[in-house]
Design a binder for this molecule. Structure first.
Ligand code: SF4
Length: 235
């Protein structure tokens, strides 16, 4: 006989237990991109597409020494900027994105980063994911960041079966207090980067295995699973 569907109350309880266990496992969970202000976070988040946080963190000092604010970046010499972001790949497209983004910040917001989702997503090259990263981490406004890890884990936890990131954001957001959204995002992303990989999740070394319906998708043997655990995020 198929198992009865989980009640809403049990789903909420189980979801919050998972988040608490992940919080205890990853007490240092945070945005893995370095930044000093909202402008820097917006720029490095845009730059982090298709590369690693570590690489972005490495170019950050040079980038913001040359262009400390939107006004300076909007006036950047294209070739110089391309040279700085070169190590990240796709340097022409990334340079174009930064020039357009900083010009829009200057034209529409006097060079400041607006602290509102609607304004952020209206900026060129800024999607909902980037906007929520900036709101949650630079402005302290709760936001859920649905990246590939977050979506995969939310589905493995059976918190939702949606695949559209906006639908995942709303479905998962309804299970938690709003004030927990930003840290919840970090917990899932950290767990996805370190343990619950897309292929071969380390189920036998997973601190939330007892609440996870997908337990067994990866090796359950503790020794085999321990070998799959990564100690760093996006190295
Ligand atoms: S038990 Fe396996 S599938 Fe579930 S969260 Fe842990 S690693 Fe991921």
């Amino acid at each position: 006989m198929p198992a009865a569907p989980e009640s809403r109350t049990n789903l909420v309880r189980r979801a919050r237990k998972i988040d608490r266990a992940l919080a205890a496992t990853y007490p240092d969970a945070r945005c893995e991109l370095d930044f000093d202000n909202p402008f820097e976070l917006l720029v490095v988040t845009v730059l982090s597409a298709q590369t690693t946080d570590k690489r972005v963190n490495a170019v950050r000092p040079t980038l913001f020494a040359a262009y400390p604010d939107a006004k300076a970046m909007a006036a950047a010499d294209r070739a110089t900027l391309e040279g700085i972001v070169g190590p990240l790949g796709f340097f022409r497209a990334k340079t174009e994105s930064l020039l357009k983004l900083s010009a829009a910040l200057v034209e529409r917001h006097g060079g400041d980063v607006p602290p509102r989702l609607e304004d952020l997503v209206a900026l060129p090259g800024v999607g909902r994911k980037t906007a929520n990263v900036v709101l949650g981490n630079a402005f302290g406004i709760p936001g859920i960041t649905v990246d590939t890890h977050f979506g995969r884990l939310a589905r493995r936890f059976a918190w939702t079966d949606e695949t559209d990131p906006v639908k995942v954001e709303h479905a998962v957001g309804a299970l938690f207090d709003k004030r927990d959204w930003t840290m919840l995002s970090h917990h899932l992303i950290w767990h996805g980067r370190r343990v619950c990989h897309s292929r071969n999740p380390a189920c036998g070394a997973c601190p939330v295995a007892q609440w996870c319906p997908a337990y067994g998708e990866g090796p359950t043997d503790p020794v085999a699973a321990a070998k799959l655990v990564k100690t760093e995020g996006r190295a």
